[in-house]
Design a protein around this ligand. Structure first.
Ligand code: PLP
Length: 405
């Protein structure tokens, strides 16, 4: 066929990438659904709310008033002003020329790695990590260096573990707080504890993906690295956007805040890849960033309730151990106690992937193995789903787990 015929011409940097386990699980779940099975899929990481109406109206107004042309490569002045104001409200001073708007937070990360990595440069990525990090780094010629974090430490990396991973080739530490998939998040002290490592290694930069900053729970308060580590401002890139905060995943609008020279280099990359993000999405993002916050607060409360239901439900299941995440909309239970057990059919569950396959086939629940995030022995549940679906999924997981011997 035509598609097979082309395979030999695909570049090795792309051929080397694994097909995402998340995609595989979603495809398997979708195939079972099509076959008429009753599947509850908890695999996807996007808010289950709609984009707020005031954001949609701003986009419609942009279309009607002709804001439908190319914009400045790094974003419109109006969007940059909204981003500047947003950071000023947190007591962080940034200038418009320190900002780049891109087609999602993902493109911000891609631009940054493309602009800074020489072949073989290393990027420290604490595990569990968002799967795209390691693939973006690899496509850009870099080498991800994994540093393990543990549930009992809230999935927060300590300075000793970070120091042990630094080499002369390390270009970045790539932090994600709150984290996908663990929900772990760094407080001020935990961020400050990393400062001496950066001071010992002046060649090391900090990229901080803060896309889940609005979704934190209990008495945890989010702090940006720009506020917690001002000493590192000249080598810090913050990645953020409206995808998760405003349920705007399909609008593709993210932004980066960093040193002027880095932003300029990222703009060069973006200028040849996509140019600026959609003018309409930029106008929508201005409305999102300047708009009322009540709706975000009620959604946060809603996620928080669901987090509590899911954590309690999982911890009631013998063999699962689920830390209570500080943020985002994921939980990441440890399932190592279940490995080695047998299914009713007699299959031994050797790995987290085996367990997730079992949950899909026997319980009709799709969750993602921790292996996909560099953390075997776990699985990820996204709780951005209806409470009734979550409760049904927990019942099914409990029954399927109890059937193991
Ligand atoms: N960063 C993290 C940690 C994510 O989980 C995601 C999406 O799942 C993104 C970035 C991507 O954001 P965007 O949709 O704005 O590209």
């Amino acid at each position: 066929t035509i598609s097979n015929g082309y395979a030999g011409q695909i570049a090795s940097r792309v051929r080397a990438l694994d097909v995402s386990l998340i995609v595989k699980i979603s495809e398997m779940a979708a195939a079972r659904k099509r076959a008429g099975e009753d599947i509850i899929s908890l695999g996807t990481g996007e808010p289950d709310f709609d984009t707020p109406d005031f954001v949609k109206h701003a986009a419609q107004a942009a279309i009607d008033s002709g804001e439908t042309k190319y914009t400045a490569n790094t974003g419109t002045p109006a969007l940059k002003a909204a981003i500047v104001a947003r950071y000023r409200r947190q007591g962080i001073a940034v200038e418009p020329n320190q900002i780049i708007a891109s087609t999602g937070a993902k493109q911000v990360l891609f631009n940054a790695m493309m602009a800074t990595l020489e072949p073989g440069d290393e990027v420290i990525v604490p595990t569990p990590y968002w799967t795209s990090y390691v693939d973006i780094i690899a496509i850009c010629g870099g080498v991800p260096v994994e540093v393990r974090t543990r549930g009992e430490d809230g999935f927060v990396m300590n300075p000793e573990a970070m120091e042990a991973a630094v080499t002369s080739r390390t270009r970045w530490l790539l932090l994600n707080s709150p984290s996908n998939p663990s929900g772990g998040a760094y407080n001020r002290e935990q961020l400050r504890a990393l400062l001496p490592v950066f001071e010992r290694h002046p060649h090391l930069g900090l990229t901080s993906d803060e896309i889940y900053e609005h979704l934190v729970y209990d008495d945890f308060s989010f702090i940006s690295v720009l506020k917690a580590l001002p000493e590192l401002a000249e080598r810090t890139l913050v990645v953020n956007g409206v995808s998760k905060s405003h349920a705007m995943t399909g609008w593709r609008l993210g932004f980066g805040v960093g040193p002027v020279s880095l932003i300029a280099a990222m703009s060069t990359v973006q200028g040849q890849a996509t140019s600026a993000p959609s003018s309409i999405s930029q106008a929508a993002a201005v409305a999102a960033l300047d708009g009322p916050t009540e709706i975000l607060e009620s959604r946060r409360q809603n996620f928080w309730r669901r987090r509590d239901i899911v954590v309690a439900g999982l911890n009631a299941i013998s063999g699962l151990d689920c830390p209570t995440p500080r943020g985002a909309f994921y939980v990441f239970p440890d399932c190592t106690a279940l490995l080695g057990r047998r299914t009713p059919e007699g299959t031994v569950l050797e790995t987290d992937t085996d367990l997730c396959d079992y949950y899909l086939s026997e319980a009709g629940v799709a969750v993602v193995p921790g292996t996909a995030f560099g953390a075997p022995g776990h699985f990820r549940i996204s709780y951005a789903y209806a409470q009734t679906a979550l409760e049904a999924a927990l019942d099914r997981i409990a029954a399927a787990t109890a059937a193991l011997t």
